[in-house]
Design a protein around this ligand. Structure first.
Ligand SMILES: *Cc1c(COP(=O)(O)O)cnc(C)c1O
Length: 420
């Protein structure tokens, strides 16, 4: 694998690379097949995406069937059944009021589109001075330029670009944590920032309930409800980024359902295609769409080459139908219970600062940084694939994981803490 180390960039990695990546030659069910013959349970679901596991017969078949018709055709001036059916399905399952769908090619692009929708909306309603975004600390919204501007400015992995990014407004990270009582104090600084900058704010953007790559934090639904109320009161569009949380991961189909709210604009990605192909979507309300159309362009000014890719659309539709046909809520609840049984006892460990579980997400926050290489080696010896970062050792396994799969993951996580 010296060619890989010499030529291929990996996420957030140097090149040439000093460390070898793990060669994987196949994947089936919840298991990755390593080139050396070993197997590992994928406790990451390939970064939240592979909710049904790998080589699922229904998803494989959906791609094969679509391949027999066409793998791709442009979406400019052309439409096709897979995209139309997918859009219809997304509107059906999305929180109330989200009726329009832009099919994007990755999560970051869907966030860019959401931001452009908000900016065009403000121009359309004659308030073109509203160009800034209000967000919260500890957020993560992707790696492209506008996305980076709303990631946490310090731990969002992009601090070195701060001088070229549009300066946005940041309120403190949402509090209290999930399950703890909310008081008006918790939203006070968000509210004062919103009120004092109202004339310049195009939209509020945040991840609902779960902040993912910015810290794996779970916060109280009441906080999100308060944000929704303030956005209504001050007529500021609310963008929720459900790219990590969408499609059942938190125990609800979409995390904003924990708060019983609907956003004005919503991004989905990651698990949209069950982890098969890159696709994301930005949904919005008719009111936002009307504002967008009223801007001088008269249209939403975005159009990726591979927009609405038929293969990705077909497998996304199949993945949604498969999810809804399964007792997914019971599966996620069972995983949640097992993560709790396996991980909560680690709280007593001297290397562990905090343990938190929500839906099919289990997080162990350690006192010191998790040593990446030695920890991954140990986990692989235990038959588990995880990708810790910073002080976070965490898992979001496929929904099809068995009881044994989950206990294998949690006991390997315990061993990793032991080794620290
Ligand atoms: C992963 C992620 C993104 C970016 O999606 P990509 O497909 O990697 O571009 C944006 N927002 C959140 C919350 C994410 O978890």
């Amino acid at each position: 694998m010296t060619l890989d180390r010499r030529h291929a960039w990996h996420p957030y990695a140097p090149l040439p690379s000093s460390v070898s990546s793990v060669p994987v030659v196949g994947a089936e069910g919840v298991t990755l097949e390593l080139a050396d013959g070993r197997q590992a349970i994928d406790g990451m679901s390939s970064w939240w995406a592979a909710i049904h596991g790998y080589r699922h017969p229904v998803l494989d078949q959906a791609i094969r069937d679509q391949l027999d018709h066409m793998s791709h055709v442009m979406f400019g001036g052309i439409t096709h059944p897979p995209a139309v059916s997918l859009v219809q399905s997304l509107v059906d399952i999305a929180p109330e009021g989200l009726e329009h769908v832009f099919l994007a090619d990755s999560g970051s692009v869907s966030v860019e589109v959401a931001i452009k929708m908000a900016l065009q909306y403000c121009r359309g309603i004659g308030e073109s001075k509203r160009t800034r975004l209000l967000t919260v600390r500890s957020g993560y919204h992707g790696d492209t330029l506008a996305c980076m501007s709303v990631c946490d400015p310090i731990n969002g992995m992009h601090s070195m670009f701060s001088e070229v990014l549009p300066p946005q407004l940041f309120a403190p990270a949402p509090e209290p944590r999930f399950g703890e009582p909310f008081t008006p104090e918790h939203i006070a600084e968000f509210e004062s920032t919103l009120v004092s900058h109202r004339q310049s704010i195009a939209a509020v953007i945040l991840e609902p309930i779960v902040q993912g790559a910015g810290g794996m934090r779970f916060y109280a639904p009441d906080y999100l409800r308060a944000v929704r109320q303030l956005c209504d009161e001050h007529r500021v569009p609310l963008i929720v980024d459900e790219i990590a949380t969408g499609f059942g991961r938190t125990g609800m189909l979409f995390a904003c359902e924990h708060a019983g709210i609907s956003p004005d604009i919503m991004c989905v990605g990651k698990a949209l295609t069950g982890g098969y192909l890159s696709m994301a979507a930005t949904l919005c309300t008719p009111e936002i769409a009307a504002g967008v159309n009223a801007a001088e362009s008269g249209a939403l000014m975005h159009g990726p080459t591979f927009m609405g890719n038929p293969l990705a659309s077909a497998v996304a539709l199949a993945s949604i139908q498969l999810l809804l046909s399964r007792p997914w809520q019971a599966e996620v609840a069972a995983i949640s219970r097992r993560l709790d049984e396996g991980l909560t006892p680690l709280l007593d460990h001297r290397a562990v600062r905090d343990v938190r579980i929500l839906g099919a997400i289990g997080v162990v926050e350690t006192v010191d940084e998790v040593p990446l290489e030695s920890t991954q080696r140990l986990l692989l010896e235990r038959g588990v694939w995880l990708r810790p970062f910073g002080k976070l050792l965490y898992t979001m396994p496929p929904f099809v994981s068995s009881e044994h799969d989950i206990t294998t993951i949690t006991s390997a996580m315990g061993d990793a803490c032991e080794a620290m």
